[in-house]
Design a binder for this molecule. Structure first.
Ligand code: FES
Length: 163
């Protein structure tokens, strides 16, 4: 792997040729003593630190799942444009675009809140408009900027804390 001198403290590394990762595939590279998983999903490249923010499990050894929604009882659908990496240790899921999780095992218990039933299409429209939101979990995986330059993937490593 080669690096270039960037501005400030970031360093950029050529880590793979574009064609080394098939659509839906993933490789793990080691850069600055850190393992980074590089994914090619829906034609886009994503890079995520291979260290789960929960208990430091090997996050990138888990699978990739899509968002699931149900417009009506018994009708369960996947949204292939919204993808999550699943940690193999405790199955926490992290958004491949932002690293954010949306599941908190330590959430409040036995406290009641109003709940309504809404049609799935309505919920999807509300999510897209921002009138409803997801509740971020307490953890966020480190996502690493990755760019495609000619036929090579280039990582930008900056300020990732050591384990
Ligand atoms: S270490 Fe990843 S979910 Fe617990």
């Amino acid at each position: 792997m080669s690096s270039t001198a960037p501005n400030n403290d970031a360093k950029r590394y050529v880590v793979a040729r574009k064609d080394e990762i098939a659509e839906g595939g993933r490789i793990i590279v080691k850069v600055e003593d850190q393992e980074v998983g590089i994914y090619r999903l829906n034609g886009k490249f994503h890079a995520i630190l291979n260290r789960c923010p929960h208990l430091k499990g090997p996050l990138c050894l888990g699978g990739v799942v899509s968002e699931v929604y149900s417009p009506m009882p018994g009708d369960i659908r996947g949204n292939p444009s919204k993808l999550f990496v699943t940690c193999p240790w405790h199955n926490w899921e992290f958004d491949v675009d932002t690293g954010q999780s949306y599941w908190s095992a330590r959430g409040p218990r036995a406290r009641l809140f109003p709940v309504e039933i809404e049609h799935g299409d309505e919920v999807t429209a509300e999510l897209e408009s921002g009138s409803v939101g997801r509740v971020p979990g307490p953890y966020k995986a480190e996502v690493v900027p990755v760019s495609l330059e000619a036929d090579y993937l280039v990582l930008t490593m900056r300020g990732i804390p050591r384990s």
